[in-house]
Ligand binder design. Structure first.
Ligand code: PAF
Length: 284
């Protein structure tokens, strides 16, 4: 059945309240639309964990920098609603920007530490925008559980922190990155890639896998592991934005992988003008 599309905060709050009052568990999957199988896996898992699944489709202007791709971000509301229907999403909140940020809006959420490095350092204000809109969505729906993809790994840690710090009482679930058959992490931004760039983009996942293999072979130093990823990017002619080995929870830099300390290797690179990110656990 096609999902019910809600455009206003007032009707969404009323709908969510009616679900909670009926004693049913509610799952929320926030998205910016142009849905792929990664999003659908979050929605399916939402169904496993709750009685009712809602999604939001909102290209959030506050998380885009002035020189970023807000105006050309891919959109396909008709296709997205069909995909939501196929996995049993009951309600889609799809507001206009002025509904989320009405005149006079002046309250933002800053997650200080975990937002700092990686994408936070390269995209000033990005995580402030993400944290603000996610906080608003969690306060609006008051879901029992909300699901996010690990492809945006730093974003997931930012959301875990804000949920905890603001006592929102929502279970935050991170789901593994879904990949195309050749290893490319699924992303709405893959739609920007020409066939040639699509092939070159594989350097991100290839580099991460090569680093993991090296680590499994006993190499633990960040320099060596990062170096492997860098070489793959260079060989494919991609411009590195960052390659870093981090503590998996605090996202502070590590000089080496050590047993018992979960670590994550994260990469961002430009394929032509398209910026892609990917990450993998390493050495756990
Ligand atoms: O991951 C995304 O699509 C967005 O950053 C999110 C979490 C929906 C907030 O706009």
């Amino acid at each position: 059945m096609a999902p019910l599309v809600l455009r206003t905060v007032a009707e969404t709050a009323a709908w969510a309240e009616s679900i909670r009052r009926s004693g049913r568990r509610l799952a929320l999957v926030p998205t910016m639309g142009y849905l792929h199988d990664g999003h659908l896996s979050l929605m399916r898992e939402g169904r496993n964990r709750a009685d009712v699944v809602a999604a939001s489709i909102f290209v959030n202007p506050t998380q885009f920098g002035p020189s970023e791709d807000l105006s050309r971000y891919p959109r396909d509301m008709t296709g997205d609603l069909a995909k939501c229907a196929s996995v049993g999403v009951e309600v889609v909140f799809a507001p206009e920007p002025a509904e989320v940020y009405p005149p006079g809006f002046q309250t933002y959420v800053d997650v200080e530490k975990v937002s700092q490095g990686l994408c936070g350092a390269r995209r000033p204000g990005h995580f402030r925008g993400v944290a603000t809109v996610v906080t608003k969505l969690l306060c609006l729906f008051k879901p029992h559980v909300a699901l996010f993809g690990e492809k945006d790994y730093q974003q997931l840690q930012v959301i875990r922190a804000l949920e905890r710090d603001l006592n929102l009482g929502v279970e935050i679930v991170g789901m593994p990155t879904l990949r195309e058959a050749d290893g490319l992490a699924m992303s709405s931004r893959n739609a920007y890639l020409s066939p040639e760039d699509r092939k070159r983009a594989l350097a991100l996942s290839r580099g991460l896998s090569a680093a993991r293999a090296l680590c499994e072979g006993g190499t633990r130093e960040a320099q060596a592991l990062v170096g492997v990823v860098r070489r793959e990017l260079e060989a494919a002619g991609l411009r590195e934005d960052y390659v870093e080995l981090m503590d998996a929870t605090s996202l502070t830099p590590l000089s080496a992988v050590t047993p018992g300390q979960p670590a994550r290797l994260l990469v961002a690179a430009f394929v032509g003008t398209t910026r892609l990110i990917d990450n993998q656990p390493i050495g756990a």
